[in-house]
Design a binder for this molecule. Sequence first.
Ligand SMILES: Cc1ncc(C[n+]2csc(CCOP(=O)(O)OP(=O)(O)O)c2C)c(N)n1
Ligand code: SF4
Length: 278
Amino acid sequence: MNIHAPMQLKAKDFTSDIKPVWCPGCGDYHVLMSLTRGLAEHGIPPEKVAVISGIGCSSRIPAYTNCYGFHGVHGRSLALATGVKLARPDMTVVVMSGDGDGFSIGGNHFLHACRRNVDLTYVVMDNQVYGMTKGQPSPTTAPDWAESALAPSGTGLRPFHPLVIALASGANFVARAFSGNPNETARILVEAVRHPGFSFVEILSPCVTFRPDQEEWKTMVHPAPVEPTDDPARAARRIMTDDGFNIGILYRGNRAPYAPKIASNPVDASDLEKEFAL
Ligand SMILES: Cc1ncc(C[n+]2csc(CCOP(=O)(O)OP(=O)(O)O)c2C)c(N)n1
Ligand code: SF4
């Protein structure tokens, strides 16, 4: 028997029996479906997968999977995931975040995770709003969105461009998906998980409660009209000039993942404790 051959798994093998509490119609239901389908297709059993998150509606996802999980603190999922992957390189580590969690409080961690290129898959469910805390603008909100009491005339601020920032910071795989296309999203997630190094996938995932205008996204998304490139400058130019609704794999890099040598004689924690004793 070839123990390295992918196993025949089904999406339900990755689904827990906890019922999601998202609002009816939230895009995150489809993201959960795509994630469990994608992991089944990848063929690694749930006990070899860790799903790590921060805080937000989107970050509830680990509880709804049957994998190892960590629902961490706001904006710090990448630090947790980096630790898990470096300590257990045999695990597949997927990080699930929202645009507030990932680009505001977690923005600095995002830059350095791209730069480090540890073999992680980072998925941000972008609904251009803070859903869990009732609809404040996030870093990806358009400047003229004026439905929040906190910014009644819009923020007037230039939105953050996650895909270009990921490229400029060194991410090794960059893609955009739409929650309303779960088969296509599952396919992109499989490729992201299989690609070595730091893979970043932005999933446009509507918040039906605070951004009902995002209903329109299903008519606006379209397949990216170009093949993925391994030239980051080319990918950045394309992404900077697209309409924000190009769906597909946009960049596949060749950088070797960061994999530090684990010391053969690890430090004993009790020795460290003695050094710092007062
Ligand atoms: C340190 C800290 N600051 C603020 C919060 C409050 N908070 C919880 S979720 C959230 C925003 C979540 O937005 P996003 O990541 O976009 O996820 P969504 O709910 O839209 O899926 C904020 C500000 C918190 N839990 N912890
Ligand atoms: S508030 Fe928005 S993001 Fe949160 S569960 Fe409801 S629809 Fe989804």
